[in-house]
Ligand binder design. Sequence first.
Ligand SMILES: Nc1ncnc2c1ncn2[C@@H]1O[C@H](COP(=O)(O)OP(=O)(O)OP(=O)(O)O)[C@@H](O)[C@H]1O
Ligand code: SF4
Ligand SMILES: [Mg+2]
Length: 329
Amino acid sequence: MSMIAEAKHLKAYYITQSYGVERTVKAVDDISIGIREKEVLGIAGESGCGKSTLLKVLLGAIDPPLRIIDGTMQYEFAQDSYNVFSMSKDEIKQTRWTQVSYIPQGSMHVLNPVRRVSDTFHDFIATHRDLGRSETAKLARDYLQKLGLPEQVMSVYPHQLSGGMRQRVTIALATILSPKLVLADEPTTALDVLVQRGVVQLLKEIQQREGSTLVLVSHDMGVHANLADRIAILYAGKLVEEAETQRIFKTPQHPYTQYLIESLPRLGDKTERSSIPGRPPALDNPPEGCRFHPRCPHAMDVCTKEVPPLVNIGDGHKTACFLVSEEKK
Ligand SMILES: Nc1ncnc2c1ncn2[C@@H]1O[C@H](COP(=O)(O)OP(=O)(O)OP(=O)(O)O)[C@@H](O)[C@H]1O
Ligand code: SF4
Ligand SMILES: [Mg+2]
């Protein structure tokens, strides 16, 4: 299968100075991941594990205090291949939104509050396409109609829309120029369950109809179960497991993944689910060895000293835990 983006040994740290003391937060620490063309890749993990940071790196949006310390990233679009960290300003401008698009965390608030939705669409489209007012309006109207969104949203201000509708409009804006790769950060968080379902449905529809690739960050494994083809689990800046969705839910290998799945509420089951004891570590001083060892019920001596490598256990199922050994060749 072909890859649309591939990252190797990514290290992206936040480096800040305060009162002359340097602080380094290792938010993405040696992550290698390939994104397959036309898949929905879910990225999961608790708060502070580095999900948003990884997504920013995948977008190529590296702004201080975030810095790339190591690693490479490639985009492979139909004819063009890009080395993301050495793209020129022009190349970034050419590809952002038209090839690679981004729905940031908390994007309910990205729509300009003092502009009508139609003006926001016009400004956005006109920046990328040489189109006049009536043409951008037609493009926006047609697209909203395709997505089943009411035309009236165009004539109002963002605050006049419900939270769910605002999120749908934001998604429409981010995808109207037919990007091949869409990166969405917690697009359903802060919405109530029913509305979440609608937003998940909308993302899926766009991805299938446009034949695009979707990378979806969510801390909610339930959302991934409904939407993702494959899931990558992050823990404390590291990729700890990656596999097809069904496989990860059926046979999770990493103790952290097992916890995440066990703590999901189950249909018709009223008993309290066990949540994971403890919390993820601060990333300016992560534990030595396996970063999960302070919380792991199976931790062994080696886990406190050595970093478990990510190994392939078959069919693209990878995990980083000393309990699991590599596929025998
Ligand atoms: N601008 C910043 N400066 C310094 N540290 C930062 C900055 N942004 C994020 N961090 C730190 O980087 C780590 C990873 O943060 P990130 O936002 O990527 O996590 P996340 O998995 O997206 O969390 P959440 O689920 O809460 O959105 C955290 O320890 C966070 O405090
Ligand atoms: S490597 Fe050790 S500490 Fe880490 S998850 Fe596996 S058993 Fe637990
Ligand atoms: Mg985040």
